[in-house]
Write a protein of this length. Sequence first.
Length: 315
Amino acid sequence: MAWQSIPVARLEGVSQEQFTQQLYPQRKPLVLEGIDLGACTSKWTVDYLSQVGGKKEVKIHVAAVAQMDFISKNFVYRTLPFDKLVQRAAEEKHEEFFISEDEKYYLRSLGEDPRKDVADIRKQFPLLEGDIKFPKFFKEEQFFSSVFRISSPGLQLWTHYDVMDNFLIQVTGKKRVVLFSPRDAQYLYLSGTKSEVLNIDNPDLAKYPLFCKARRYECSLKAGDVLFIPALWFHNVISEEFGVGVNVFWKHLPSECYDKTDTYGNKDPTAASRAAQILDRALKTLSELPEEYRDFYARRMVLHIQDKAYSKNFE
Ligand SMILES: O=C(O)CCC(=O)C(=O)O
Ligand SMILES: [Fe+2]
């Protein structure tokens, strides 16, 4: 089925002032072209990355098929030296492999101690630091993490949201990104931060009938493009070619709003988690009532939440 997509706006040569004052407050995804990213877009070939990036062990997703499935877990976690990972991700068929000769790889780089440290490629890959410049469109103290994203051709990452604002820098290779607004979360069949609708191009509408109501935004990223993904916007990514990306997460809210134990940028703000816990308690309390009453009071609570907490400012 061909879906109507809304193209993500593309702008060339955006200044820091224009981004901060006009674009950022709109809280919409945007592709920025022509940003000065340093030498990485020409320098980061497979040979260069495997020589300069070194042999540091990295944890990777390995899948026998292109569409990774977090429900059936059709992928495994393995480790490889960084140089090997780059070489394997760049080839279609492998002499050495874990599952099958055409298995696919995905690297999402981690901090030194992934339970405590956030990823920052400037720390984990210091010899590559000089090659890349991050867009200077937010204050240094807002910086949260910078993450290597390296994938085999064809690999698809499931639809999910993160809680930080994000610049996804496409350094080499092509990628298709489909995005959904946080306002359409009700049509995405969420399980935590991820959507259960894995096949967004040909969804099972008997199982996910509301999915067709979700407005689909789409863009293609080529080397040198930077996609601004506002916090809470859902994104689904297909690497159309072997590709190297780096994403930079930064804090939009005051620091104290975020969960201090979050190293990935995807734990809900503490006030949201606390509210969800309180709601669970309310639901437990409601279950003391017989069905007819529980239903009536639950519906009244939904109306109350809509009235008090939904924004009237969004379409
Ligand atoms: O481009 C990718 O591989 C995934 C990007 C992503 O999920 C992110 O930057 O948050
Ligand atoms: Fe993400």
